[in-house]
Write a protein that binds this ligand. Sequence first.
Ligand code: PMP
Length: 407
Amino acid sequence: MSHEPPPTRAQQRRSLREELDAIRAQGRLRTRPVIDGPDGHVVRLHVDGKRVALINWASNDYLGAAQNLRVRNGAFKALRSYGAGAGAARLLSGGLRIHRRLEERCASWWGVEDVLVTSSGYQANIAALVSLCITSEDVLILDRLCHASLYDGARLSCGTLMRFRHNDVADLETQLERSSGAPRRIVVVEAIYSMDGDEAPLAAIHALCERHGALLVVDEAHALGVVGPGGRGLCADLGLTPDLRIATCSKSLGSQGGLIAGDRDLIELCVNRGRAFIFSTAPVPAAMGAAHAALTLLDDQPELPALLVARATALREALRAQGWAVPAGRSPIIPLIAGDEAAALALAARLRALGHHAPAIRPPTVPAGACRVRLNVTLAHTDSDLRKLTRALATIRAEQTAAETSA
Ligand code: PMP
């Protein structure tokens, strides 16, 4: 037993400041940029004390839905009909007709038995993974690059966490063989990975899960509105039905709220075991109204996802021609891998100086040594925005080449 006096409040506060200093020393300090006005294709930000207008490559509003007049009107109509807030969690009094209508609509859109709406995609992932693990012998097998919300869900669940190398089907098979004694094995992947923009080899993963009798959960956050018929996502594109498909209204639907889709029994289990759903107030009616309107937009213009993919593909090709190591793919997420924190911060700063907002992405969002700038192409961008970005990146590439040859 230690006879040391307990640390004083001042000592504890000092140690917390030291933690912050360590984050700063690693070049990983994050701050909260404030945009004046909406998160559109051009944003007004304060940089070094000056207000600047920058072309925005950081938004997940892939279809430009958040600023779309019909989507804004959908939010406004719901706000007028239902009020500003939902009032309580769904299982108390917060479950409004507009929540249930969105669930029924998404269920028939995806052709699944039921859907559960949560307050965010983050909460949907936590609620789903916590619900599927009943004992510590259950095993969750996550792709190494899965989003933080999936890792947090796995850690909050009572199951055991295993990981497989990113998109490596052979390594997944090894983990499935290793965990063959578990009562339940749940493989968790993203359809399109948020920081790399690459797709999961979903057909192979689905077949492997079938062969090994494992459950499959697919996070379609960045695939909804981007791939598949009418933007229904990668599972729909491949004609696959995972056990649970999870999505968010916060990206292509320009709104907010999580969606868990699957068979009725699994959704009912999430309603009863998903604490992130049970203990959180239902999403605001305006968010539901906007999501409904964005789905109507997709129903009316099913060609939008293909337009987005064509735009992203053209930009990928232009950047590759300039010598950027841009990975192949069709998603609107284009990473420019810089290396360490300083290199990513320098690239973001240079882009900013040339009129573009594309912040550096650093650990813990991405692995150490793979810091990057991520460019998200959207349908809100104009042709001129795209031309300006291509020109700016050509300039930076030329500067980099000149620096390499003179070194
Ligand atoms: N899953 C993935 C893959 C994501 O990228 C995100 C958001 N960055 C989420 C889930 C969480 O969604 P939301 O922002 O709606 O909470």
